[in-house]
Design a protein around this ligand. Sequence first.
Ligand SMILES: NC(=O)c1ccc[n+]([C@@H]2O[C@H](COP(=O)([O-])OP(=O)(O)OC[C@H]3O[C@@H](n4cnc5c(N)ncnc54)[C@H](OP(=O)(O)O)[C@@H]3O)[C@@H](O)[C@H]2O)c1
Length: 245
Amino acid sequence: MSDAVLILGATSAIARATAVAFAARGDTLYLASRDEDELRRISADLRLRFGIEVHFGLFDAEATETHEAFFKSVIAIMPTISGVVLAFGYLGDQVLARDFSVGKKVIAINFTGAVSILSICANYLELLQHGFIIGIASVAGDRGRQSNYVYGAAKGALSLYLQGLSNRLYARGVRVITIKPGFVDTAMTYGLPGLFLVASPQYLGERIVGSLGKSADVVYLPWFWRYIMLIIKCIPEPIFKRMKL
Ligand SMILES: NC(=O)c1ccc[n+]([C@@H]2O[C@H](COP(=O)([O-])OP(=O)(O)OC[C@H]3O[C@@H](n4cnc5c(N)ncnc54)[C@H](OP(=O)(O)O)[C@@H]3O)[C@@H](O)[C@H]2O)c1
């Protein structure tokens, strides 16, 4: 049976590739972000290439007061919703984010906005007693580093939230999967120094959808980041705090 999937942050490179992988299965999609023109283009492309049903609508993670109404409009069009993918994210300027006036936007989008919309989605799926939520966190959330600790803190908090949600919804038949990507070749990382082992959005998209057929609830992508982060987490703090990471 095909799924009906809401993709939040659908204009992101990783989300686009994920949408293609869902479309290849024949799933129905609802794409959401702040960029209506781009959503229209992506939707038309998916309908043409895969012959699937694709809807789209405006969604702003920061405007939490609009989330309830937004989700109602999704359900009005796609009442059979069976899955949600949370793909939006905001890296921001990590040096400027040391100032809270900038850092709060990073937290508002990556954590507060994510919790706001996922709470609504989770309550609905819990009533249906089936479905899935896939949240894209980051390896940056596994250990605080000077280069991105505000973003990392927001993504780490998101990972913990998703873990709790998984624990709550398991008995209600709803699966929650946390995706932790390493570096991916997207607009978010374009021009950043020090990138290595960079994966393509297509690689991510195929594996994000593929994770539904596997048992792991926390998925590092590519897989080797699980071991890289294990090593990084094992470095004793007296050494770690002296490192330039
Ligand atoms: N690229 C990487 O190396 C990497 C690594 C680890 C984790 N991630 C995570 O993977 C996810 C996808 O990242 P990406 O690299 O594919 O991103 P991207 O291409 O830079 O796109 C970012 C997306 O976030 C959306 N967004 C930003 N602010 C928003 C807001 N206030 N409300 C709603 N949507 C908003 C944008 O949508 P609009 O502007 O159209 O609204 C856009 O679709 C993110 O959660 C990111 O944190 C990425």
